[in-house]
Design a protein around this ligand. Structure first.
Ligand SMILES: [Zn+2]
Length: 436
C-alpha cells in the first residue's frame, strides 16, 4: 500500500495522479540512467514513480464532469492500493474495514469489481476526522473512473457513479533521440508509460524496443495528443511513425481496413506485422539468451539453454507470441507452471516458471493473448520467463528466427493509403530536425 499524502485539514491535496502506483517496476529500473533525450514543448516528468500505469494515464482525477460531484475537497485524500496479482477485490479492501461483497453489489450496474485489473488504480478516499474510508475510486479504463461514496440514505449504503474525462485532441509531432532507452527519451519528451507502450506497439513486430534499440536511434511521430484540465498530455492515434535505428529506417503509416481494425503498413504497402510477436513480454529484458552449451546456474553443470530468459517481476503478463492451440497447461518438472502452444504446422512455443496460468489445454488462443504471468516456479533462481520455440520439432533461437509475415495491404486500398502516406509522412520529424 502506498503512502498518504497529507492529512492536515485544509492542506492542498496532491492530485490524484500523484498517488499513482509504481506499476512497471521494470521500466523504472531501465530508466535509471541519465538521458540525452530530445524534445517537445511538453514538460518532462521528473519522477518515473509518478507515472501512471499503462492503461490508466493520469486521468483518474474526479474533477472533469461539471455535472458530477466534484473532486476531492481539501479535507479528503485518496490512497492508491496495491492489488497483488490473483487477489480479489474483497481481499484488497478488507484491511480498510470495507465489505467487499456489498461494495461489489452496489457497483455492479456500473462495473463488476470481481474483475479488478492489477494495472489500474484502486484507491480509498479518507476524510479528515472520519475513522473509516468515505469512498473508493477505481480507474475502469483510461477514460472512466468508478466512484463510490458512503451514503447512509441509500439501501446499499453507497452512492455509485462514473466520471468521464473530457479530452481535447490536436495532431502534433514528436521527435525523440534515444541514447539509453525509449523510457528515458520518452520522459524527456513528456511521454508517459502508456504513450511509450503505444509507440512500441507500432513497431512491435519489427523491433524489440527492450533489446534492439541502439544509442542514437531516432523516433519521429505524427500523433494525436489528448489534453484535459488537470491531466498530463496523452498520446491518441499515432498516424505515422519513423524509426531510424542501427542503420535501418522503418516507416509505418496507420490504415483502417474493411474490418475496422487499424493496422500499420510500410509506404510500399507491405505490412509491419508478423504472424508472430517479437517477444512474449510487452516489456522485459533478455537476461540469458539461447545457448546450446550453457553452464546451468542451479544444476552446476553444462546444460543447453534451449530458450531465452526474460527478467520481469512476478505477475507480469505473458503473451502468446502467435495464435494457436494450447497443447500443455500445468506443472511440468523443472519448468514449473508451464504452457505450450502449437501455432501452425511449423512452429510451437512454450512459457516456463509461470506464477499463474490463464489458459486450458485445447484452448484456441489469439496472438498476444495473455496465457499466464511471470513467476519462479520449477527450477528458477528468481522470477523470469523461460521462453522456447520449436521449428518442426527442433529448438530454435526465437530471437533470431525469421518468422512469417502478415498479409500486405490489399490493392483496392492502395489509393486511399497512398493519400495518407502523402499527408503524414512528410510531417514526421527526422533526425537533425530542430529539437528545441
Ligand atoms: Zn531459461
Amino acid at each position: 500500500m502506498r503512502q498518504i499524502v497529507d492529512t492536515t485539514p485544509g492542506a492542498r491535496v496532491a492530485p490524484w495522479a500523484a498517488v499513482g502506483r509504481v506499476v512497471w517496476p521494470l521500466w523504472v529500473a531501465l530508466g535509471a540512467v541519465a538521458c540525452l533525450g530530445s524534445a517537445t514543448e511538453t514538460v518532462p516528468v521528473a519522477d518515473p514513480a509518478a507515472l501512471p500505469s499503462p492503461d490508466t494515464p493520469d486521468d483518474a482525477s474526479g474533477t472533469l464532469d461539471p455535472g458530477a460531484p466534484a473532486a476531492l475537497p481539501p479535507d479528503r485524500i485518496a490512497i492508491a492500493l496495491d492489488i497483488p496479482a490473483g487477489s480479489s477485490f474483497g481481499e484488497v479492501v478488507a484491511p480498510w474495514g470495507l465489505p467487499g461483497g456489498p461494495l461489489r453489489e452496489a457497483a455492479l450496474e456500473h462495473h463488476d469489481l470481481a474483475r479488478i485489473d492489477v494495472r489500474r488504480e484502486l484507491a480509498v478516499v479518507l476524510e479528515d476526522g472520519v475513522p473509516e474510508p468515505v469512498g473508493l475510486r477505481y480507474a475502469v479504463d483510461g477514460d472512466t473512473t468508478l466512484v463510490m461514496r458512503r451514503d447512509p440514505s441509500l439501501d446499499s449504503g453507497w452512492r455509485v457513479w462514473t466520471e468521464e474525462v473530457a479530452w481535447t485532441i490536436a495532431v502534433e509531432t514528436r521527435s525523440l533521440t534515444i541514447e539509453h532507452s525509449l523510457w528515458n527519451a520518452g520522459l524527456a519528451a513528456g511521454l508517459g508509460a502508456a504513450d511509450l507502450a503505444r509507440i512500441a506497439a507500432v513497431f512491435e513486430y519489427e523491433v524489440d524496443f527492450n533489446t534492439e534499440l541502439r544509442a542514437g536511434a531516432h523516433l519521429g511521430l505524427v500523433a494525436e495528443v489528448l489534453r484535459a484540465d488537470g491531466h498530463g498530455d496523452r498520446l491518441g492515434i499515432i498516424h505515422a511513425a519513423r524509426l531510424e535505428n542501427d542503420g535501418r529506417v522503418l516507416e509505418a503509416i496507420r490504415f483502417v481496413g474493411d474490418e475496422g481494425e487499424p493496422h500499420y503498413y510500410h509506404p510500399d504497402h507491405s505490412s509491419t506485422e508478423r504472424a508472430f510477436l517479437r517477444s512474449p513480454l510487452a516489456f522485459g529484458r533478455v537476461t540469458s539468451g539461447f545457448n546450446p552449451r550453457r553452464f546451468h546456474p542451479i544444476l552446476k553443470r553444462a546444460r543447453p539453454h534451449n530458450g531465452t530468459d526474460f527478467g520481469a517481476p512476478t505477475g507480469t503478463p505473458v503473451r502468446s507470441v502467435a495464435s494457436g492451440v494450447v497443447t500443455y497447461a500445468g506443472r511440468s518438472g523443472g519448468h514449473g507452471r508451464f504452457v505450450k502452444v502449437r501455432h501452425d504446422d511449423v512452429y510451437e512455443t512454450s512459457y516456463s516458471h509461470l506464477s499463474s496460468i490463464s489458459v486450458r489445454k485445447g484452448q484456441r488462443i489469439a496472438m498476444g493473448q495473455t496465457i499466464g504471468a511471470v513467476g519462479a516456479t520449477g527450477l528458477a533462481t528468481g522470477p523470469h520467463l523461460h521462453y522456447q520455440m520449436w521449428r518442426r520439432g527442433q529448438f530454435v533461437n526465437a530471437m533470431r528466427e525469421k518468422l512469417p509475415t502478415a498479409e500486405n495491404l490489399p490493392s483496392k486500398h492502395h489509393a486511399a493509403f497512398d493519400a495518407l502516406v502523402e499527408r503524414w509522412l512528410p510531417e514526421v520529424p527526422r533526425p537533425g530536425h530542430a529539437e528545441e
